[in-house]
Design a protein around this ligand. Structure first.
Ligand SMILES: [Fe+2]
Length: 295
């Protein structure tokens, strides 16, 4: 945490995580049944296909790619304990949009796995049909967040009143996720927390915003978190290897070019191999997940 982090908060450009110095832009899942999974993400989450190919589809909102689904014939089903995805978290622009989506999934009988009030946000959880975790959430206004004197922000896990949220839903036909929906954060399962601190804080330059037992939350721009990492299912598990289903990659975009250069220099110092391509700088994170950094 930088010493000036707290005083920097009021100057943050807006509450939107994609406007902060770095943010998670997109995730990439390897799936077993592409047509079924693509249809599910379109129907349940209201994502739209942006590019469709024989072995993959890019889904997003209002033309912004958020999620790639891809098949790989050689992929074996990932063990539940494998490092990888805990959830992709889709941030909707408002509580009204969260309630509109909730009414849609409730009326469509899409099973949910949980719902929480995290003080900074209100979140609803579910799994896709192949077991990949998903969160759909809305942020409270930043001036309602409690930034802590020692750095970071106060978060908790409290019950969320789903009935009240459902009852607020605008009475209009569901037409998909609202424009402005983003991949607000990604939450990973990792093998150990010190390694996550060393990578996301010390190499990628994110700030530690909160800690739970077995989990750390990292962000740029004093967001509550762009990346979460926990060991709840995956403690001390070996990194991903070979082709397997689940999260094969994610992309972090830097709005601040200097912050990307600092991260690239840190990667070089740690002798973490990178390749430079049209999409940015690609590497494998400490848990065997592909990561692309771009500005
Ligand atoms: Fe989350």
């Amino acid at each position: 945490m930088h010493a000036d982090a707290k005083t920097a908060t009021p100057d943050a450009p807006s509450g939107r995580p994609v406007l902060m110095p770095s943010y998670v832009e997109k995730a990439h899942l390897v799936v077993e049944d592409l047509p079924m999974m693509a249809a599910w993400y379109e129907k349940a989450l209201g994502l739209s296909p942006i590019e469709t190919g024989a072995s993959g589809v890019i889904l997003g909102v209002a033309g912004t790619p958020l999620l790639t689904l891809e098949t790989d014939g050689a992929a074996r089903r990932q063990p539940r304990t494998a490092p990888g995805l805990f959830h992709n978290a889709f941030l909707v622009p408002s509580r009204a949009e969260l309630s509109r989506w909730l009414a849609h999934v409730a009326n469509s009988r899409v099973p949910l796995t949980g719902a929480s009030d995290h003080l900074v946000s209100e979140a609803i959880y579910l799994d896709d049909p192949e077991g990949n975790g998903i969160e759909v959430y809305r942020d409270r206004d930043r001036d309602e967040w409690e930034f802590l004197p020692e750095g970071g922000v106060k978060m908790a896990t409290l019950p969320l009143d789903l009935q009240a949220l459902y009852d607020e839903a605008p009475q209009e036909r569901w037409g998909g996720m609202a424009e402005g929906t983003a991949l607000g954060h990604i939450h990973l399962q990792v093998s150990n927390i010190p390694e996550a601190d060393a990578f996301f804080r010390d190499v990628l330059g994110l700030d530690v915003m909160a800690r739970y037992p077995g989990a750390t939350f990292f962000a740029s721009g004093q967001y509550h978190h762009h990346v979460g990492a926990n060991v709840w299912n995956s403690r001390n598990q070996p990194k991903r290897s070979g082709a397997m289903t689940g999260l094969s990659g994610y992309r972090i975009r830097f709005n601040d070019r200097a912050a990307l250069d600092t991260a690239l220099a840190a990667l070089d110092r740690q002798a973490i191999a990178t390749t430079r391509g049209g999409e940015g700088v690609s590497l494998t994170d400490p848990w065997g997940i592909g990561l692309t950094l771009s500005a």
